[in-house]
Design a protein around this ligand. Structure first.
Ligand code: ADE
Length: 236
């Protein structure tokens, strides 16, 4: 079974519409919709916004539903100026830009005393996402680093600083935390984001208008990945 998680209702709405035989399953502190999507077993759930909510939802779903793979999806603010609103980004890896123990001699984003601070997505799932996106949209998503932190980025100086410090494609508020938990549990992980804003001052005003459409693209891609994934055909 594949678990698909989004932070907000808008980010999972389209996925829920595409599900059949839906059953509500409590997974510790979160509630999952378990059923089938194009015949494949899936669990879809909302984590809530931010790194703590993301980490908690991923651990809960792993503990209670034992998924073979985890897809986290939603929208993000662009850091790379080459990205347009509506573009898809597939994370090659993700880090937490707001982890800062530099006064102790650690690098920006480095989690003290942990072996890993940059969490890779599963290469097979990335390849599958590329193929599915090409078939669906006629072009490949950008692949690279996604930055996560507990703040909505809405200023140009911050965008510049994040780019210089970490070199990411986009910024959001959950992915690296979800990736860290998946990594610690050894569960294959994929992070898909659609660009909803440029993380500048215009972001909050544009945000609601773009949210639904932007979220729809990553949801469509997640659905295509699930459809193509025979190895997830597993009872749960
Ligand atoms: N999600 C979508 N846009 C974002 C932004 N600008 N900052 C953080 N998370 C986001």
């Amino acid at each position: 079974m594949v678990a698909i998680i989004g932070a907000m209702d808008e980010e999972i709405a389209e996925l829920l519409q595409g599900m059949e035989a839906v059953d509500v399953r409590r997974a510790g502190p979160v509630e999952a919709r378990v059923g089938r999507m194009d015949g494949r077993p899936v669990a879809v759930l909302k984590s809530g916004v931010g790194k703590v909510n993301a980490a908690l939802a991923v651990q809960a779903v792993i503990d209670h539903l034992r998924p073979q793979a985890l897809l986290f999806l939603g929208v993000a603010g662009a850091l790379d100026p080459a990205l347009e609103i509506g573009d898809l980004v597939v994370a090659e890896d993700a880090l937490q830009h707001d982890v800062d123990a530099t006064p102790l001699g650690f690098r920006p984003g480095e989690i003290p005393f942990e072996p890993v601070s940059v969490f890779p997505a599963d290469p097979r799932l990335i390849r599958r996402a590329m193929t599915a996106a090409e078939a669906l949209f006629g072009r490949r998503p950008a692949v690279g680093r996604v930055l996560s932190g507990d703040r909505f980025v809405a200023d140009r100086e911050m965008v510049k600083a994040l780019r210089e410090r970490f070199g990411g494609l986009c910024v959001e508020m959950e992915g690296a935390a979800a990736a860290q938990v998946a990594h610690k549990n050894g569960v294959p992980f994929l992070l898909i984001r659609t660009i909803s804003d440029r993380a500048d001052g215009a972001a909050p005003a544009d945000f609601p208008a773009f949210l639904k459409e932007a979220a729809g693209r990553s949801a469509a891609l997640a659905r295509a990945i699930v459809r193509s994934a025979e190895e997830f055909e597993h009872a749960f």
